[in-house]
Design a protein around this ligand. Structure first.
Ligand code: NDP
Ligand code: MG
Length: 390
């Protein structure tokens, strides 16, 4: 029996890598829904090739274009955020959650409510609403498998282990584009410079977030929410080669490290074939050629985002949603030239201070509405903070 699968964010970097894997075994899968936003040509092409039931764009203004591109194919077309959530709630055994940003939260929740498997690349869902996501998964008997490379690595290092024996979880960071830059030059980093990653080929937003370490800051929070470890037990280690993705330290002093190529198809494939291992078309590392692995401690002055993540975890409640929303707006501000690179962290810190009241909310009763409201207010505060600097 083919597995029914859906891919949310199919036109993105993770979505396309997922499609690359399922294309190699077309008879094994029956595609229910593919979703995208602006890239209608890619969405329609893949939906037709994979014989999806439905293709959905987030952009309502592009529905006619999508209909034209799909005409005569038998693939249904739909548009808008609600249509994506509706498509995500159609029965599927396995769903890839790879929309970028907080927009991935509601569709991910809809997929979880079916009780199947959610392969979670959209780390923003866990940062914004970890308690809600994990609670819904438990309530509906759904399985969440991590797709972020560090979290897939931790997950793999934990197979057969008792969480009570885990002392620490170490996630690695390449250091991104500006690891070796003089600190005083960071304020003048350009969009082009921030958009190229030394090791990974990813979407533009996460690449910039890697240079600022906002990506790693989000991943620290993701680690806390996914594995339930305390903030003090989570460490970040700068490892320029990006080959050790994470290490788990146990109470007997042993460390289990996960080593793999910087290719997201490894983590996607692990989630696709779990609990088995699939044969994946990724590079086999030649350690004699690599020769060495380097490690250094992260520098808070270079990457203030890491300190902010600690503040967010200490505050709790809806502060994750505030953090993510402020970060998304600050990133927009950098991309459209309204903010300098180093001002992104300043904006996020200011919004965290202004919206501190959210720490008391959503602690025991997190709902999608509360998260959406915190997100909305934080976006407004971030916009105001950017305006103030203009
Ligand atoms: P991309 O920017 O490459 O792709 C994002 C996807 O989301 C695209 O399909 C895009 O559509 C769609 N999209 C954009 N805006 C919206 C919206 N408002 N509503 C619905 N869909 C939307 O992102 P990535 O693939 O790089 O990242 C996806 C997720 O995976 C993120 O959460 C990221 O943090 C995470 N991740 C990514 C990694 C990577 O290697 N890229 C590694 C680890 C985690 P379109 O392109 O058609 O406009
Ligand atoms: Mg990662």
């Amino acid at each position: 029996m083919p597995r029914k699968i859906s891919i949310l964010g199919a036109t993105g970097s993770i979505g396309q890598n997922t499609i690359d894997l399922i294309r190699r075994a077309p008879d094994a899968y029956e595609v229910v829904a593919l979703t995208g936003a602006g890239n209608i040509a890619q969405l329609a092409k893949d939906a037709i090739a994979l014989k999806a039931d439905v293709a959905v764009t987030a952009r309502e203004d592009l529905l006619d274009d999508l209909r034209d591109a799909l005409s005569g194919s038998g693939v249904e077309a739909a548009a808008g955020a609600e249509a994506i959530t509706e498509a995500a709630s159609r029965p599927a055994d396995w769903t890839m959650s790879a929309i970028i940003g907080a927009a991935g939260l509601a569709p991910g929740l809809a997929a979880l409510r079916q009780g199947g498997t959610l392969a979670l690349a959209n780390k923003e869902s866990l940062v914004c609403a970890g308690a809600l996501i994990m609670g819904e998964a438990a309530r509906h008997g759904a399985t969440i498998l991590p797709v972020d490379s560090e979290h897939s690595a931790v997950f793999q290092a934990l197979v057969g282990e008792d969480m009570a024996a885990v002392e620490r979880v170490i996630i690695t960071a390449s250091g991104g584009a500006f690891r070796d830059w003089p600190l005083e030059d960071l304020a003048h980093a350009t969009l082009d410079q921030a958009s190229s990653h030394p090791n990974w080929d990813m979407g533009q937003r996460i690449t910039i977030d890697s240079a600022s370490m906002f990506n790693k800051a989000m991943e620290v929070i993701e680690t806390r929410e996914f594995f339930g470890v305390s903030p003090e037990a989570i460490e970040v280690l700068v490892h320029p080669q990006s080959m050790i993705h994470a290490l788990v330290g146990f109470c007997d002093g042993g460390l289990m490290a996960h080593v793999g190529p910087a290719d997201m198809r490894h983590a996607i494939g692990y989630a696709l074939h779990h609990p088995a291992r699939g044969h994946l078309p990724v590079e086999r590392l030649d350690l004699t050629k690599i020769g060495r692995f380097d490690f250094t401690a992260p520098d808070d002055a270079r990457w203030p985002a890491l300190r902010l993540a600690r503040d967010v975890m200490a505050a709790g409640g809806l502060m994750g949603a505030v953090f993510n929303a402020a970060k998304e707006v600050a990133l927009d501000g950098f991309i459209d030239g309204r903010l300098r690179f180093t001002q992104m962290a300043e904006i996020v810190e200011e919004v965290l201070e202004r919206r501190a009241e959210e720490a008391a909310q959503g602690r025991d009763d997190m709902t999608l509405e509360l998260v959406a409201q915190a997100d909305h207010l934080a976006r407004r505060a971030a916009e105001a903070a950017i305006q103030k600097r203009a």
